[in-house]
Design a protein around this ligand. Structure first.
Ligand SMILES: Cc1cc2nc3c(=O)[nH]c(=O)nc-3n(C[C@H](O)[C@H](O)[C@H](O)COP(=O)(O)OP(=O)(O)OC[C@H]3O[C@@H](n4cnc5c(N)ncnc54)[C@H](O)[C@@H]3O)c2cc1C
Length: 493
């Protein structure tokens, strides 16, 4: 039987394991932690349940597809709830609006805020759809670094035309072209943060992200996001995948530029195929022991995506005016991104995202209470003084939310957990604690993500957020699928 090892049981590794096992491979997954899911973990604090990482589900077809590959029906495995109110936005001037999944309703809400913006929304989403259909979809689902993919002329020409859409334009510029009201420009600029980038630098092609959200919808999972890795793990086990938890891969062994196996606690296990779902740079530096490899050197120079600071707050009150997803915008968005990407520090006043799953699943918090997942974007970890940064950021977050809601929120926090960039790095080996691998702050960044099949080392493959097509739950699940297809094609003989 064709046999492969996977390093890491994050969503990328789980997807790769299912896709490969369904092609008849014998798959072993090694995970250093005691549970599957990686960044998509969960924690209980004093009667409150929290998803530790991802909170918003988009592209539900990706989840349907991976369960289907495992012979399961996604609707039997997960209760996926389409959110009527995708997000409540508290704008920088204190007004607020709801982004409804019903686009007519959303447009009417925008129109109330500024005349003509309903029409602008329609035109904007048309432009976004064009970009998505031209190359976005193809980019997300194909191994774009493979010569065989590029040799298909239709694919190549699509990719070139996709990359060429508004080539010197940024997301901020294209948003400013469509919307006159700066508050709405800020709202649509926010989508750059979905892959840890800066709207003032990331290319205009990123407008495919709002298209994906408004066209395909935003979703929550009734049982909690953690149910996704839990059920994928179970589906993989049912397919015959072997999991080894609390087993840290110390080394990926190579000889004459070929994979020979992996080493765990000084024990060698032979494999001709190894897939790394761990961070690309960490894989080169620590696992392959090749810190000076060309690919490692190149990767080290690329700008990491942003990281995040999360406060997990048990709140002893309910807030009817809030939705499952809420954004409290800062008053100076450009300053926020300059601080993070130019100075690698926290802005004075960060924009705050609050996700409250107890609004979907009341049992996630005690009666009359809510579980607040409070995320602010943060610079990648460079050994800054995080104690100080977190303490200042906490104060800024409390001030902003309290001002907008007219309630001193600090009086209502009954329990608290905190996640910081160095902790994200420590827990999941993400270089600089970045949430989405490298940033997409240049037009070429999308092509600089690491390829899924190593060209230099036979039998070595990559999936997960630091490889193609990038970070975020649906994308890493797609990376696992692309990776498995390549393994089967190139290592199956
Ligand atoms: C706070 C936060 C909020 C986010 N919000 C969203 C969101 O709303 N929507 C969204 O789609 N995405 C979101 N994301 C991003 C999303 O969580 C990630 O892109 C995705 O889960 C990454 O999956 P992965 O498989 O690439 O890597 P990981 O989840 O990092 O998994 C890698 C796994 O490899 C294991 N590993 C590493 N080294 C070794 C080794 N040597 N031996 C054995 N095992 C090893 C790690 O323990 C880990 O389990 C968020 C992430 C965070 C942290």
């Amino acid at each position: 039987m064709k046999k492969a090892a996977i390093v890491g049981a994050g969503l990328g590794g789980l997807s790769a394991s299912i896709n490969l096992a369904s092609k008849g491979w014998d798959v072993d997954v090694y995970e250093v932690q005691s549970f599957p899911g990686g960044k998509a973990a969960e924690e209980y604090l004093d009667g409150f349940r929290f998803d530790i990482g991802p909170s918003l589900v988009t592209m539900p077809w990706v989840f349907k597809d991976v369960f289907e590959t495992a012979g399961k029906d996604v609707d039997q495995e997960l209760t996926i709830i389409k959110l009527k109110e995708i997000c409540t936005y508290y704008l920088s001037d204190g007004t607020y609006l709801k982004a409804w999944s019903d686009l007519e309703k959303f447009g009417t809400e925008l129109e109330k805020l500024s005349e003509g913006s309903h029409r602008s929304l329609q035109k904007y989403l048309k432009e976004a759809e064009k970009a998505y259909k031209l190359g976005g979809e193809l980019f997300l689902t194909k191994p774009i670094h493979e010569v065989r993919t590029l040799l298909k002329l239709s694919t190549l020409s699509k990719l070139i035309r996709f990359a060429g859409i508004h080539p010197i334009s940024t997301l901020n510029k294209i948003n400013s072209k469509f919307f006159e009201d700066p508050r709405l420009v800020q709202l649509f600029n926010r989508y750059a943060t979905y892959n840890g980038s800066d709207p003032f630098q990331t290319p205009a092609t990123m407008l495919i992200i709002p298209f994906i959200e408004y066209n395909g919808g935003g979703y929550g999972i009734k049982e909690g996001i953690y149910e996704i890795p839990k059920k994928l793990y179970k589906a993989a086990v049912d397919l015959g995948v072997n999991f080894f938890f609390e087993e840290k891969v110390k080394k990926i062994n190579i000889e004459n530029k070929k994979i020979t196996g992996i080493t765990i606690k000084s024990k060698f296990r032979d494999y001709e195929v190894v897939i790394s779902d761990a961070d690309v740079l960490y894989t080169y530096e620590e696992l392959l022991e090749l810190p000076r490899a060309k690919k490692a050197k190149r990767y080290r120079k690329l700008e990491p995506s942003s990281s995040g600071i999360v406060f997990y707050w048990g709140i002893d009150q309910t807030f009817e005016q809030l939705s499952v997803n809420n954004i409290f915008f800062s008053s100076d968005y450009p300053a926020e991104f300059r601080a993070m990407f130019e100075n690698r520090t926290m802005p004075q006043e960060p924009t705050v995202y609050v996700n409250i799953t107890s609004k979907l699943t009341p049992s996630d918090a005690p009666d009359g209470c809510e579980n607040w997942f409070v995320l602010i974007n943060a610079p990648a970890n460079d050994n800054q003084d995080w104690d100080n940064i977190v303490s200042n950021a906490r104060e800024a977050v409390i001030n902003l939310i309290s001002k907008r809601l007219g309630v001193n929120i600090v009086d209502h926090i009954v329990t608290e957990g905190i996640l910081t960039p160095p902790e994200i790095e420590r827990r999941t080996s993400s270089t600089h604690g970045s949430l989405y691998g490298i940033s997409s702050n240049t037009a070429k960044a999308a092509f600089f993500r690491h390829r899924n099949r190593s060209k230099d080392i036979k039998g070595l493959y990559f999936c997960g957020g630091s490889s193609h097509p990038g970070g975020g739950m649906p994308l890493v699940i797609l990376s696992g699928k692309i990776c498995a297809q390549l393994v089967d094609k190139y290592s199956g003989e």
